[in-house]
Write a protein that binds this ligand. Structure first.
Ligand SMILES: [Zn+2]
Length: 200
């Protein structure tokens, strides 16, 4: 008896709510992109807006979860890569020529991030156009800074292997006993394997 459900009226706009942005780079970014491309002369590929997550990996990720947030959804303005391997060679950040104190903490984190991973980070004050020799000087400065930085001990980057069976170890916490609450490495094959390594 009831009338069949009427078909919903056709929507005026059934498209997904995405539209193309006008351009990938802002005018100051575009000016620096062109200058970097010219300066590289084919020795580097200039990649704009590269996600930090694509450049860096986190060592011992189960111990360093909160470090993920520090790089998640962030990018470096430009990454210069070697053309054959696309291995990163330089990071480039545009900085405001004035009011340097504003973003000091973020700058320092980026600086430490790049330098500790062994790749120079070049800070370029944004300008309408660039003198190539000035850019080269900034790259030299960053390279000198990077070379002065002591290299991290890569042995500490990896999880130890079980001294009993040789399998990978995982971070665990003593549930009870005199060591209660303390972290240690236990064999992934625990409880079948008793292998334990104290935390450094
Ligand atoms: Zn084991």
């Amino acid at each position: 008896m009831a009338d069949p459900m009427p078909a919903p009226p056709p929507k005026s706009d059934d498209r997904l709510p995405y539209r193309l942005r006008g351009q990938l780079l802002s005018s100051p970014e575009l000016a620096l992109f062109r200058a970097l491309t010219k300066m590289s002369e084919g020795r580097y590929v200039v990649c704009p807006k590269v996600a930090l997550n694509d450049i860096f990996m986190i060592v011992r990720p189960n111990e360093n979860v909160h470090y993920f947030n520090k790089i998640f959804r962030k990018h470096v303005d430009f990454l210069l890569c070697e053309p054959q391997s696309m291995k990163p060679a330089f990071g480039v950040e545009m900085v405001k020529p004035i009011a340097k104190s504003e973003t000091r903490t973020a700058d320092q984190f980026m600086e430490d991030l790049f330098l500790e991973a062994g790749i120079p980070l070049v800070h370029v004050p944004s300008a309408a156009n660039y003198v190539l020799s000035d850019l080269v000087n900034l790259f030299q400065l960053a390279l000198t800074k990077s070379n002065a930085r002591p290299r991290v001990d890569s042995a500490a980057d990896s999880v130890p292997m079980c001294p009993v069976c040789g399998r990978m170890m995982v971070l665990r916490i003593h549930r009870d006993g005199p060591q209660k609450g303390k972290e240690y490495y236990g064999c992934m094959d625990n409880p079948r394997c008793p292998g334990v390594v104290p935390l450094r």
